[in-house]
Design a binder for this molecule. Structure first.
Ligand SMILES: C[S@@+](CC[C@H](N)C(=O)[O-])C[C@H]1O[C@@H](n2cnc3c(N)ncnc32)[C@H](O)[C@@H]1O
Length: 213
């Protein structure tokens, strides 16, 4: 039996029951496998830009779910039929934004777990016509951001774009720990800075302190 990491379980919990699901950049295919196994989706598209990565997922799903999935080697969502829900996890925010912006069609629901540049992902989904339902930081062996959205209208403040809406509202432990670490790094670097850099960095530190207050 495959034991999912805390990261993948957290992602899985955010996926809702659906008819059709696509795991873009699926690599091992663990999430699609779990979605089919639990009956949370009726049909899964597993896609990856790398044929070698996709083969791993195909080998896994072919054991139990023949006819319930389609494997496609493709860049992002190109050539993927309209699906209800799409997961894009474990990739940089820039790639996620490129995938969404160049998609032939966009799904009703998106679950995104960017590894960096989350601010750009937030801006992009809002511009593409999504309402953000969840947007928070969690911790497994590292800190991760998770964004869940559905078709709709939404607006973010500058701070929400930078830090994530739920992080600002709830200030969960993972978020507070991440920001505290960022503050320590900046504080540790102050000594080696010019007066100008120091003033800028102190301002940034104060902002971070205000955010987790
Ligand atoms: C670090 S793995 C993440 C795998 C899985 N989604 C997860 O979260 O555990 C990133 C995967 O994305 C794939 N990938 C990178 N760029 C892609 C793109 N433009 N379209 C589809 N897959 C892509 C890589 O080949 C790799 O398998």
């Amino acid at each position: 039996m495959i034991k999912l990491s805390l990261r993948l379980n957290t992602i899985l919990d955010c996926l809702s029951p659906c008819e059709s699901f696509a795991d873009v950049g699926c690599d091992h295919g663990y999430v699609a496998n779990a979605m089919l196994k639990s009956g949370k989706c009726k049909f899964a598209y597993i896609t990856d830009i790398s044929a070698e990565c996709l083969k791993k997922a195909e080998e896994l799903l072919s054991k139990s779910f023949a006819g319930k999935y389609e494997a496609i080697v493709t860049d992002g969502l190109k050539g993927v039929n309209v699906v209800e829900q799409v997961l894009i996890a474990g990739m940089g925010g820039e790639i996620i934004c490129d995938i969404l912006s160049s998609a032939d069609s966009l799904p009703k629901r998106l679950v995104l777990q960017p590894m960096k540049n989350t601010e750009k992902v937030r801006e992009t989904v809002l511009n593409l016509g999504y309402e953000i339902l969840k947007d928070y930081t969690f911790k497994d062996e590292k800190f991760y951001d998770l964004i869940v959205c559905k078709r709709g209208k939404d607006r973010y403040t500058k701070d929400e774009l930078a830090f994530g809406r739920d992080n600002l509202r709830d200030k969960n432990d993972a978020f507070k720990e991440l920001i505290s670490k960022k503050i320590s790094v900046l504080q540790g670097a102050l000594d080696k800075m010019s007066a100008e850099e120091k003033a800028k960095t102190k301002k940034a530190i104060n902002k971070l302190l205000e955010v987790i207050k």
